[in-house]
Ligand binder design. Structure first.
Ligand SMILES: O=c1[nH]cnc2c1ncn2[C@H]1C[C@H](O)[C@@H](CO)O1
Length: 353
């Protein structure tokens, strides 16, 4: 039973695919997969005890070849994610992905060992938009998207920001920087330029930082890339001065509890999880699934963790979701509409009718 209408700001499209859909397209396209039933496939793709962020990211290799490069698949995974979220009681979701990692042409290198085809990153965005918009209509929730730059692929970033501009407010609301933070990138000036262009054009900005990386990555995200939200950001607690500053600035942290356990981002002892500190300090944060396929989870899992291990209350869940709506990348008027829906559902305004 969903504890509330919820708002989810951090979920990867390519980390949230239904195993059935992977099997369907694997079969249809003759792409070999590590299993031929849902259980088999999940044995390889999902896992239950912590890996490193780098090892976790390798999981995508097992199934992305079945989806990437296929128009119907790309559209369908977007549509199905909206359905899944609607069923979980999410009324507004921001879905993120790298258009390049779903393409098989006009991308260098062509990802996942695909042979070259004719699906460009631009058309990927178009297809995802269609899937999201069809989903919004059929499942009556709101969905927007965030386009990801990848840490290890600075050469893709100029096109990512151009796609954000082209599709701005046609589903796309923001830019992100995802991928392996622990990896040393010789030159990230392309990421920086892309973020400057995003700021100049009024495109919202979030950055994965302080998940596996040190607080310095969060500083870079905030002060160099002008991030308005931080993906994960747990390690901000290692730098009390920075933490104080970001609390004062009401910086939003996109917290993913179950993910943080499975990627080794946080200690396995949930009693000591950074989100417990965030709650104490009434920080601005949201609760999110991140990659529910790989983590074999849903939004209830993440809410259960903070409830069962940290004693989070309904009151805090309401505050969390109101913060999420406030820090969403919707235009002001739509943000107000979303907030009003939450206030009403939470019994925080008298029913006007
Ligand atoms: O938790 C994560 N941290 C960093 N990168 C991630 C995480 N989950 C997924 N990604 C990467 C892998 C996906 O292919 C990419 C775009 O969604 O983002």
């Amino acid at each position: 039973n969903p504890q509330h209408p919820a708002v989810e700001l951090h979920v990867h499209l390519d980390g949230a695919i239904r195993p059935e859909t992977i099997l369907h397209f694997g079969r249809k396209r003759g792409v070999p997969l590590p299993g031929s039933t849902v259980d088999d496939l999940l044995k390889h793709v999902s896992y239950k005890t912590p890996l490193t962020l780098t090892q976790f990211l390798e999981k995508f290799n097992h199934y992305m070849p079945a989806i990437a490069g296929d128009r119907e698949a790309v559209r369908r995974i977007a549509y199905e994610l909206v359905e899944t979220k609607a069923k979980e009681g999410v009324i507004y979701v921001e879905v993120r992905y790298s258009p390049h990692l779903l393409a098989n042409c006009s991308v260098d290198p062509i990802p996942w060992g695909q042979t070259e085809g004719d699906l460009t990153p631009d058309e990927v965005v178009n297809l995802v938009n269609q899937g999201l918009q069809d989903g919004e209509r059929d499942f009556r929730i709101k969905a927007r998207s965030i386009l990801c730059c990848m840490r290890h692929m600075p050469s893709w970033s100029p096109e990512v920001v151009e796609l954000c501009k082209k599709y701005q407010n046609n589903s796309v609301v923001a830019i992100d920087l995802a991928g392996d933070e622990s990896l040393k990138v010789e030159d990230s000036s392309e990421h920086k330029k892309a973020y400057e262009e995003a700021e100049r054009c009024g495109i919202h900005r979030t950055v994965h930082a302080g998940e596996a990386g040190p607080p310095a990555m969060i500083k870079e995200a905030v002060y160099l890339l002008k991030a308005e939200r931080i993906g994960h950001g747990y390690r901000v607690l290692d730098d009390p001065e920075l933490y104080k500053e970001l609390l004062r600035a009401k910086m939003h942290f996109e917290v993913c509890p179950w993910s943080s356990y499975l990627t080794g981002a946080c200690l396995p002892d949930f009693g000591k999880h950074p989100v417990a500190q965030f709650r104490k300090d009434r920080a601005n944060y949201s609760i999110n699934t991140d990659d529910p396929l790989i983590f074999n989870s849903n939004i209830y899992k993440d809410y259960s963790i903070v409830k069962d291990y940290m004693g989070f209350t309904e009151e805090e869940f309401k505050r969390v979701n109101i913060n999420a709506a406030q820090s969403s990348f919707l235009p002001e008027k739509e943000k107000q509409e979303l907030l009003n829906k939450l206030y009403e559902a939470y019994g925080m305004v008298p029913n006007a009718s």
